[in-house]
Structures are given as C-alpha cells and as structure tokens.
Design a protein around this ligand. Structure first.
Ligand code: UD1
Ligand code: UDP
Length: 353
C-alpha cells in the first residue's frame, strides 16, 4: 500500500506525529508539506520535537489570500500526485492544505482519506467550514473523532466510508509527559494562572472583537500566558492595539512547543481559546475551558459541562469566568484511533488490490 499524506499547518504536524509512525509499519508513506506554515515556531519546532518524519516534498507555498494559497497548492500537488500515484491520499482537519490535497487527489481519481471528518460549526463564514464540507464530500474514507461528526455527515447524506475512530490528537496528548521547566521559565510554579490562545480569522481580523478579547484577558483574576500566533501579532500591530497587551497581567510569549503547551493546559486554572485543538486538550486535562467563539464543532464538550461558549464580547467573557461553574472531568485514555484508521486503510486497500 502506498499513501501520500499532506500536511502544512501546526495542528497537522501534531496529528502526523502520531499517524505517520504507525502508517509506515503498514505502507510506504510519501509526506508532502505544503508550507502553509513556515515560521520556525509553527512548523520546524514540531519536526524537531515530535516524531514527524521529514517531508519528501516541501512545497513552500507560504501565505496568501485563501484563493491564491489554495491555487498554488493545487498547482504544486497535481504533478506530484500524478507521479506518485498512491493508493490513498491522507488529509487532516480543515485548513487550506486539507482542501487542496483532497481536491488535487480527487481530480486524479485517487481516493481521499480524511482524518477528523464530519466536524461542523454550521458557520459558512469560517474558511475552515468550507474546507471541511468540501473535503468530506470528496473523501472516500471519513474518519470521525466523535458521534456528532458521524451524525453531521449522515445529515448531509454521507454514510458510506464513515468510520467512528476517535480523535488521533488524544493519543499524543495521553503519551506526552509534562515539561516542568516551562513553569519555571515562566515563573509559574505553584502560582495560579490562565492560558489563552487566539488565532481565528473572524476574531483577529475584526479590531473590535480582538480589542474586547485582549481587554477581557488582561482583566482576568489570574495572570494569563498568551502564546501569540503570528497572525494575531500582526493584527495587533495593524489595528494599533499594542497598549492592550502591554500589561503585567499578560505574559505574551512566542508560540510554544507541543509539550510546553500540554503542560500549561494541565496546570492552568482556566483555558480561554478559539482553537479547536486547544479546547479539546484543555477539557481532556479537566481544566475549565472558555471557548472564545459563538459556536464549536466539539459540541460534546459543552454538553458535558466541561466547556462554555463565551463569544468575544468583554462582558460575556468576564461573566462566564466569574459565574460559570464548569465540571472538571479529566477524560480517560481513548482506545486507539490511529490503529483504527491505519487498519481500515489497509482493509480498504486489500479489498481493491
Ligand atoms: C490556519 C488554518 C486554521 C488553523 C490554523 C492553525 C486555514 C484557512 N486556516 O490559520 O484553520 O486553525 O492554521 O494554526 O487554513 N503567518 C506567519 N507565519 C506562518 C504562517 C502564517 O506569519 O508561518 C501569518 C501570515 O501573515 C498569514 C497569517 O499568519 O497571512 C495567516 O496564516 P494562514 O496559514 O493563512 O492561516 P492561520 O490563521 O494560520
Ligand atoms: N499548540 C502548540 N503551541 C502553541 C499553541 C498551540 O503546540 O503555542 C498546539 C495545541 O496544543 C494543539 C494544536 O497546537 O495541539 C492546536 O493548533 P491550533 O490552535 O493552531 O489550530 P486548531 O486546532 O484551531 O486548528
């Protein structure tokens, strides 16, 4: 079995770090990095710190508008897929790299396997929602992390090739020990603190929302560690919001390594985030989680009382942190979603070979 896997953004390096090693026990894997993320702290740090194999192709597409970025990826992927002719193209999540990979493969009649299929925010203003819906409608195999994801696909008439495997991110998270050094470096040992991340386009690109979120973070009852995504850093400068982060309450740091991030998620009093991955991980740690959005694809976290949606308005965030009592329920280790996916790909290959 030959598989081409396509990655290119931070959460995809992290997912490939658990999937690629097992996949390589079953298949010849060719890894393509689109280069959507290229800053050391968004890409190289994961190649160095996690078991992500070096890419066979590095497309170096870089940043651009959605259309141009996706188009450049398609142009670069087309001849490579034509040459490699794999049995499967594996794509992860909901980024422009995901959609470009799925579209390039399906035009060449190469079956697509989508890891993290079926998630929906039902908000088509999000670029990620467009990417997910289209990728799921192109995929032959749809590996769902939750029951809700399976239901979402059924609502869209997709039932064939759908497999409920669980979230591959859990495997790495469960097997990553703390790095106590990061608490020492940030002078947070035995001190209450909150952790926050903000990078969604709908928040960062709206100056009023971004200002409200930064103000709310600065007014929390704990010091807040804020590893700043480059997109957010750029928007803070562009909208002249630097004064809102120049407060001793906010510890602005560069994006962190996966292990440092996991450590902070486990030790924080609260996590405030608009990230899909971070909300899942914080709940897994049993840390109260405030989602800085109006909807989430991970509805189970709200239903179980581990997380709350608190939007981007100052008062709503403040009130949620003051008044919402969230359930601390660390989740037990999952069964093995990675093995479920790899063995299913092998079965699919065997049945067509
Ligand atoms: C992308 C994904 C988002 C995912 C996130 C993970 C899409 C549409 N969005 O968002 O779903 O949650 O990655 O982190 O695919 N930039 C840098 N250095 C980099 C990369 C980006 O400075 O290495 C800056 C550029 O100014 C760029 C902006 O960040 O224009 C946005 O980058 P982009 O990859 O387009 O989207 P993200 O916001 O990172
Ligand atoms: N992450 C990290 N360092 C950071 C911020 C996030 O390693 O500074 C990890 C986080 O633990 C999670 C993943 O990146 O595993 C989530 O990626 P991101 O928030 O960029 O994207 P999303 O999940 O929202 O698509």
């Amino acid at each position: 079995m030959k598989v081409v896997s396509i990655i290119g953004a931070r959460p995809q390096y992290i997912k490939a770090a658990v999937v690629s090693p097992l996949l390589r026990q079953y298949a010849k894997e060719v890894l393509i990095d689109t280069g959507q993320h290229y800053d050391e702290k968004l890409s190289k740090i994961f190649y160095d710190g996690l078991a992500v194999p070096r890419p066979d192709y590095d497309l170096r597409v870089g940043s651009a508008t959605h259309g141009i970025q996706t188009g450049k990826m398609l142009m670069a992927l087309d001849p490579i897929l034509e040459k490699e002719r794999p049995d499967w193209v594996v794509v992860y999540g909901d980024t422009n790299s995901t959609l470009a990979g799925a579209l390039a493969a399906s035009k060449l009649h190469i079956p697509v396997a989508h890891i993290e299929a079926g998630l929906r925010s039902f908000n088509r203003a999000m670029p990620e929602e467009i990417n997910r819906v289209l990728t799921d409608h192109l995929a032959t195999k749809l590996y769902c992390p939750t029951k809700q994801a399976v239901n979402n696909l059924a609502q869209e008439g997709i039932t064939e090739g759908v497999v409920l495997c669980g979230d591959v991110m859990d495997v790495l998270w469960d097997n990553t020990p703390d790095n106590p050094e990061i608490l020492v470096q940030l002078r947070l040992q035995s001190k209450p603190f909150a952790l926050a991340t903000v990078h969604r386009q709908e928040t960062t690109d709206d100056p009023d929302k971004l200002r409200d979120v930064l103000k709310a973070l600065a007014d929390l009852p704990w010091p807040v560690v804020l590893p700043l995504h480059p997109r957010t850093r750029q928007r803070i400068e562009q909208f002249h919001l630097q004064a809102f982060i120049a407060t001793s309450q906010l510890h602005i740091v560069e994006p962190l390594s996966y292990q440092d991030m996991v450590t902070l998620e486990r030790h924080a009093q609260a996590v405030l985030t608009d990230s899909g991955g971070v909300q899942r991980e914080a709940c897994r740690a049993g840390t109260p989680t405030y989602i800085l959005r109006d909807e989430t694809e991970w509805t189970e976290l709200i239903e179980s009382g581990q997380a709350v949606l608190c939007g981007t308005h100052y008062e709503r965030i403040r009130d949620a942190v003051q008044h919402q009592r969230l359930r601390s329920r660390p989740t037990s280790p999952s069964s093995d979603p990675v093995r479920c996916i790899v063995e299913d790909l092998q079965r699919g290959y065997d049945s067509h070979a």
